[in-house]
Design a protein. Structure first.
Length: 195
């Protein structure tokens, strides 16, 4: 059962599967919030007698591996105390959202400040000067975000967009040019043999 909405609500849930997911969300969300994070998604899948519980958490500044380990321990203890997963064995998998997560909430856009993104334009775009329709998407670097909208730097110009004007944003992967290395290779650097 894979979901497509927040907290992994299944597409065509059986009544029991939906209730299980909602019960698990109700148990886990306060624990995640107490650690200063947001519960982004919960999905329960079954493979034979084993169940897999996938939990996605996020926070401002990102989630470190230490954060994931801490959340895993806390959530595992909460699940076991409440016997929330029943008698059958289960695997708990905790992760942070990948760059392929669509930017749909103001917090997603805020956490993407500094990143290059592309988003479809929802509002009818103004016709271009040559009579052709304007662009159907916008690509720019996120320079600010608040509850109403986002500020993108597009071709060196700051442009404001309301969230209602944009579809789900997508972070663009940027690569450094070949041969670019952030390490300082000064002339006085010693080699492994001391020379």
């Amino acid at each position: 059962m894979h979901g497509n909405s927040r907290h992994g609500s299944p597409r065509s849930p059986s009544r029991g599967a939906y209730a299980d997911t909602e019960r698990i969300v109700g148990l886990l969300e306060p624990a995640v919030t107490a650690m200063g994070m947001d519960l982004e998604d919960v999905r329960i899948t079954s493979a034979g007698r084993r169940r897999l519980l996938r939990v996605v958490v996020d926070c401002d500044g990102g989630v470190s591996l230490d954060d994931i380990a801490l959340v895993s321990r806390e959530l595992s203890a909460a699940l076991d105390r409440a016997a929330a997963m029943g008698e059958a064995s289960y695997t708990l998998e905790v992760s942070s959202p990948g760059v392929d997560r669509p930017l749909t909430d103001p917090k997603h856009w805020r956490r993407a400040i500094g990143r290059l993104v592309t988003a479809p334009l929802i509002a009818p775009s103004r016709p271009a000067t040559d009579g052709q329709a304007g662009p159907s998407a916008v690509t720019g670097r996120v320079t600010g975000a608040d509850a109403q909208g986002v500020l993108l730097e597009v071709d060196g110009q700051g442009q404001e967009f309301r969230y209602s004007d944009l579809g789900p944003g997508r972070i663009e992967i940027e690569f450094a040019p070949l041969g670019h290395d952030d390490r300082d290779h000064g002339a006085d650097e010693e080699g492994p043999d001391g020379h």
